[in-house]
Ligand binder design. Sequence first.
Ligand code: NAD
Ligand code: UD1
Length: 337
Amino acid sequence: MNVLVTGGAGYIGSHALVALIEANYDVVVLDNLINGSAEAVMRVEKITQRKIPFYEGDIRDSNFLNSIFKNHDIDVVVHFAGLKSVGNSVKNPIEYFDFNVNGTISLVKGMELAGIYRLVFSSSATVYGDSSIMPLHEDLPTGEPKNPYGRSKLIIEQMLQDLAKSNSRWSIGLLRYFNPVGAHESGLIGESPQGTPNNLLPYVAQVAVRRLPKLAIFGNDYDTIDGTGIRDYIHVMDLVEGHVKAIKKLEKSGGLKIWNLGTGKGYSVLEMVDAFESVSGRNIPYYFQHRREGDVAVCWADVSLAEIELGWRAKRDLLDMVGDTWRWQIQNPEGYR
Ligand code: NAD
Ligand code: UD1
């Protein structure tokens, strides 16, 4: 089975390559390297001892896509390629709709032309909006995402639902990620953010290696155990193993399915900081700032559907998440650069 991995040189995509190869899939990578690194793919080759065909280019380029589909007999596409910074999406909304929405339109058109109808898409818990119901179950209605990034994910979900309804040959999995963190246990691949990280754990990791002086904690007045925000952090290797299970499920069933990928357990910002300090043995200086606009107080997943339908559940715990992040950070203080 041949899997095309769009965005395979990025954070989650590179980890997915490892899981797919370990599950005996042949992978082909497509990435325009706007936020990815060819080095990540080379390191996956080192981990897996496999040569990986890599195509540098853009999913919005239909000639480029068609040439890949001609060169390789692709059975399924796992679609990670897109832009993901919430802050940048507010500054450059059209760019986000172009990369994410137009990119996906171009991809599914290319797939149809090539007669490929199996797709796994990286969605996000952000599509639930500011729900007061926890945990978040796939049956809940989607909410109103607070930024163009979130809206682009919701639009893509709705578009793919219409597509699946229009033609029964399609078999599509929408995977709603909660908060992916961590790195491959080898410490060879991990998250390598460009510029100052926006997400909590990469920020904390850079404070720990003294690339950044102090963590700002956004709000300590939420109605939570210690006043700080609670999230469902999931180890990236658990997350990508969920993709392998989703592909296997889609091989047997058609239509469109939605699965949450989280752990079902939430941790506060202060709990994450504490865990990082004990694993790394480093002090993480922090201060409290006002709440970040668009943040919700709590967010965690109901993971029962993925457990029942995919036979998947996250295996790694908080210490694995933090320990693997720390190993990656200490071995690669500048990321891939
Ligand atoms: P990432 O930026 O590390 O990876 C995305 C990759 O796609 C990058 O390597 C980038 O160069 C590539 N890319 C972007 N636009 C492209 C285009 N038009 N053509 C070809 N390649 C392109 O991000 P990630 O964290 O690995 O996220 C992967 C996917 O998962 C994204 O769609 C993201 O929105 C989604 N997601 C991520 C998170 C998270 O916390 N990381 C949470 C929810 C959803
Ligand atoms: C953010 C995005 C979400 C996206 C996800 C993964 C927002 C509002 N949401 O989710 O759309 O899908 O990343 O890319 O940006 N925190 C701090 N200090 C920091 C960074 C974070 O206190 O420097 C806190 C946040 O307030 C939050 C928690 O840490 O309570 C996690 O934040 P983050 O890692 O950015 O993830 P989300 O906000 O859940």
